[in-house]
Design a protein around this ligand. Structure first.
Ligand code: F6R
Length: 595
């Protein structure tokens, strides 16, 4: 998880540190334990790094003030070794000749470290990464150039990595490589860039090269060269990103999360433009007997909604499997199964592992927000959600965009014109659901006391309840459980009392009466009930303590696309009440590139 960037400017007299600092700041959502920069100037590698959030460290070290016209930078999300100055990247060898930034995990670092210590290398940190500059230095001392020292290094290390290195013995270049961690190369007017993710470099370069596993990329001020494992030059395709730099800015909002919640109507509208592509994919895929979704977290909840839709509206047996648990189901796949991978980042390690396995037997489809990400490159078919860059760690607009793609897929697969017509109304329903912000703010003040919450939903909105609970957990740190409304009486009802608010997602439709009975069950046990329901539902208003009203035309089938919005807002405003940063929940990162 961590983020890396690198930049080499064409003009020798320009300073790179302000650009590196700007680029790496855009990746803070990938890690915010520590930050560090390394530049090369006058035969020396200059390093500034420390633990802490970017602005705190910058205040102390003035990170943009470093000499040199090329360098690398890193934001850390600790995996090996506490957040500390010593464990912050860039890491160097003992002679300060090689500096490295790394995103990923080196699984065999302990044995390598032991061997290097025996050979006289001196280590300063507890990280897995530090073996890399030592290995590179060792091979450079043996006479290999930087590129081949990195080549030899990646023959030794096991795990996932995107690495960028600079060396005083071979200045004026940055050499980078990757395996199972994301890395993009940007070709800009002023220079050449590398980054873990595109928001870092959108302002400087939108023509992008995507290196594949094991390729070595050499950036110097004249351009970028990519070599394959046999040292042949690879002619890489250049793809232009259609995201603009402004899309990755807060644009006047206090946080990315609230900006992204407000962008949901447009995310749905833009994703609906994928209808023809989705129809084409359906035509190409042909007959499918079973569908299997594989995903994690919020994307798992979108997948679960997919199961309800596919089974009830298209009659296709559908399973939903957590990517990290996928291997136990892998031998049930066959060529008649379509395996759908849902991921906003397209880089989730658990999902990628599963995708490689599924590709061996089945048709695979990725539903992904980040163009050019690993899932888009490895899945046999791809639906691109059109949410634009999502920076807040808690997924919001990418979730409704994922749902939109799934709804389109199901509607087209089952020739359901009524559902297609309903989908076109969703952007307006979402926009309308955002009108109630003042009321939700006031509710958030009152519900902020609780240490536990239940979220209940039934049928199509059961996954919505799960997603509401996840949003609350991850940014407010309040314990919350999503439950199928009918399941509560089979155990958890024992927990209900006046200290546990119950959020009931209750749209109009076939499930309404049964869910209302469940609401009454918890109410009669003293729970405070916050309901999200139809604006014309008078009996709900009489029974629940608070009701957030959604347009009464939103029926239960499309409810997941709209009813999630107030749930996101409640979590956002409770987080503000508690004084936490909703964009950077503790211990979490936007892109989970470790298993
Ligand atoms: C929660 C959240 C995570 C992600 C999960 C999968 O708000 O964002 O639960 O949904 O880590 O990530 P992707 O969708 O990138 O595969």
């Amino acid at each position: 998880m961590c983020g890396i960037v690198g930049c080499i400017l064409k003009d020798n007299n320009e300073e790179v540190a302000p650009i590196l600092f700007d680029c790496i700041s855009k990746l803070e959502y990938r890690g915010y334990d520590s930050i560090g920069l390394a530049t090369y100037f006058n035969d020396k590698i200059h390093i500034k790094k420390d633990k802490g959030k970017i602005l705190e460290v910058d205040k102390k070290l003035n990170l943009a003030d470093m000499p040199g016209n090329f360098g690398i930078a890193h934001v850390r999300w600790a995996t090996h070794g506490d957040p500390s100055k010593l464990n912050s990247h860039p890491h160097v060898d003992e002679n300060n000749t090689v500096a490295v930034v790394h995103n990923g995990i080196i699984e065999n670092y302990l044995e390598i470290k032991k061997q290097l210590i025996k050979e006289g290398h001196v280590f300063k940190s507890d990280t897995d990464t530090e073996v890399i500059p030592h290995l590179i230095q060792k091979y450079m001392d043996e006479g290999f150039d930087l590129e081949h020292s990195i080549r030899k290094t990646i023959e030794v290390i096991h795990g996932a990595y995107a690495i960028a290195a600079v060396s005083v013995n071979e200045p004026d270049k940055i050499v980078a490589t990757r395996k199972d961690s994301p890395l993009i190369i940007g070709l800009g007017n002023e220079g050449y860039y590398l980054a873990s993710d595109s928001p870092a470099i959108l302002k400087y370069a939108r023509d992008i090269i995507y290196p594949e596993k094991g390729e070595i990329v050499i950036l110097d001020k004249t351009g970028v060269v990519v070599h394959d494992e046999f040292d042949n030059v690879v002619n890489k395709e250049i793809e232009t990103i259609n995201w603009t730099p402004e899309m990755a800015e807060k644009e006047g909002y206090d946080h990315f999360m609230i900006k992204e919640i407000n962008e949901q109507a447009i995310a749905v509208k833009n994703t609906l433009t994928q209808k023809d592509n989705i129809q084409q994919i359906i035509d190409e895929i042909g007959d499918i007997k079973r569908i299997c979704f594989v995903a994690c977290g919020t994307s798992y909840h979108a997948s679960l909604t997919g199961k309800y839709l596919l089974e009830s509206l298209a009659g296709i047996p559908t399973d939903v499997i957590l990517a990290s648990e996928f291997k136990y189901s892998a031998n049930t796949l066959d060529e008649d199964t379509l395996v759908i991978f849902i991921s906003q980042s397209g880089e989730t390690a658990d999902s990628l592992k599963a995708l490689d396995v599924a590709n061996e037997t089945s048709k695979t489809l990725g539903i992904v927000n980040v163009a050019g990400s690993s899932i888009t490159r490895r899945a046999k078919y791809v639906i691109q959600t059109q949410a634009g860059p999502e920076i807040g760690v808690a997924a919001t607009k990418t979730y409704v965009a994922q749902l939109t793609s799934i709804y389109l897929f199901v509607a087209l697969l089952s020739n359901n014109q009524e559902l297609l017509d309903e989908l076109n109304k969703v952007p307006d329903y979402i926009a309308e659901s955002l009108n109630d912000v003042e009321y939700i703010k006031s509710i958030s003040k009152r519900y902020n006391f609780a240490r536990d919450f239940f979220y209940l939903g039934r049928g199509y909105t059961y996954p919505t309840a799960l997603e509401g609970a996840l949003k609350l957990k991850e940014i407010t740190y309040i314990h919350a459980e999503g439950y199928a409304a009918g399941e509560l009486k089979h155990g958890p009802l024992a927990l209900i009392d006046k200290n546990i608010p119950v959020v009931v997602v209750i749209p109009p439709g076939d499930n309404y009466r049964k869910t209302m009975s469940n609401l009454e069950e918890v109410k009669s046990r003293g729970a405070i009930v916050l309901a999200v329901g139809s604006s014309d539902d008078e009996s709900l208003k009489a029974k629940a303590n608070d009701v957030i009203a959604i347009n009464s035309n939103v029926g239960e089938i499309i409810a997941p696309l709209v009813y999630v919005v107030p749930l996101q807002l409640i979590s956002y405003y409770i987080t503000l009440e508690k004084g936490y940063d909703p964009d950077k929940p503790k211990n979490l990162a936007k892109c989970v590139t470790v298993e």
